[in-house]
Design a protein around this ligand. Structure first.
Ligand SMILES: [Zn+2]
Ligand SMILES: [Zn+2]
Ligand SMILES: [Zn+2]
Length: 275
């Protein structure tokens, strides 16, 4: 199983547009791993997870062959993960598109996408919507994908994380935006043995213990430790922290100094994870 990190920032990107904070100033000078596009992932070469405001740039930069992409799985409707305007170009007439693509998400996300259609419906745009429901595994191609409930986003949105199993016996968790999961979600995760676990470090060292809606650095370690306790993660699991906000502080090297000795890898745009 291959997962490529296409973006590693929270909502504003890093450096954030307009921002005068010290972290953004330094990131503008250093670029490299401190340049963070909005969070999204490529799974193998056929599935995208989230399709946010940096999608066009990510496709070009990382040479993604969109012709091979069959589906987009959205975690939730927030604008850093779901920027539906780019789906308009999937309509015949705008682009030469000869087949449909599958769109998975919660109801709030599907509504957000549908509401942007200028005319017509899902069919007009060559897209097939699928409602993803927590704890209801979905068989798709050679994967089984289990949505789990995240502790993030306000009611009535049902924010999702995903557990992805491929047909070679590999399992990955996409855990952003997660917050501290509810008991039901912990119990579901406990049924899996993860080869890859991607967590979120949005609140950074500034709000290190924060765990409601998003995680700070200490909370990330607590989540990883709890995953170990319940048997979902062991020393062979690749644990990666991703989805960082400039408001939480911590440039890439500072995050590495904190996380690497604890056995957690720090995500950056372009990182390939293979198991
Ligand atoms: Zn986010
Ligand atoms: Zn900033
Ligand atoms: Zn969010």
């Amino acid at each position: 199983m291959k997962i490529k990190i296409l973006g590693s920032a929270a909502a504003e990107g890093w450096p954030a547009l307009f921002c005068e904070c010290e972290c953004c100033k330094i990131a503008r000078q250093r670029m490299g791993k401190d340049l963070r596009r909005r969070t999204a992932y490529l799974l193998n070469d056929d599935i995208l997870i989230d399709f946010g405001p940096d999608a066009y740039w990510q496709v070009i930069q990382f040479e993604i062959d969109l012709l091979k992409i069959d589906a987009i799985f959205y975690t939730h409707s927030h604008s850093d993960h779901c920027n539906p305007v780019e789906l308009l170009w999937h309509r015949k007439g705008y682009s030469q598109v000869s087949r449909t693509r599958d769109i998975f998400g919660n109801q709030t996300t599907l509504n957000k996408i549908k509401n942007i259609f200028e005319f017509g419906n899902w069919e007009t745009y060559g897209l097939v919507p699928h409602l993803a429901i927590p704890n209801k595994p979905m068989e798709y191609k050679n994967y089984v994908i289990t949505p789990i409930l995240a502790q993030h986003a306000t009611y009535p949105e049902i924010p999702l994380n995903y557990i992805i199993q491929d047909d070679k016996g590999k399992t990955a968790l996409i855990g952003n935006d997660s917050g501290w999961w509810c008991d039901v979600t912990w119990n579901t995760i406990a049924q899996f043995k993860l080869d890859i676990a991607i967590l979120e470090g949005t609140m950074g060292p500034k709000y290190a213990d924060h765990s409601r809606g998003h995680l700070g650095t200490n909370a990330v370690v607590k989540v990883r430790d709890r995953l170990k306790e319940i048997g979902a993660v062991d020393n062979n699991t690749t644990v990666v922290v991703n989805h960082f906000s400039h408001n939480g502080l911590g440039l890439h090297d500072e995050h590495e100094q904190f996380f690497n000795p604890l056995g957690i890898q720090v995500g950056y745009d372009g990182l390939d994870i293979e198991k």
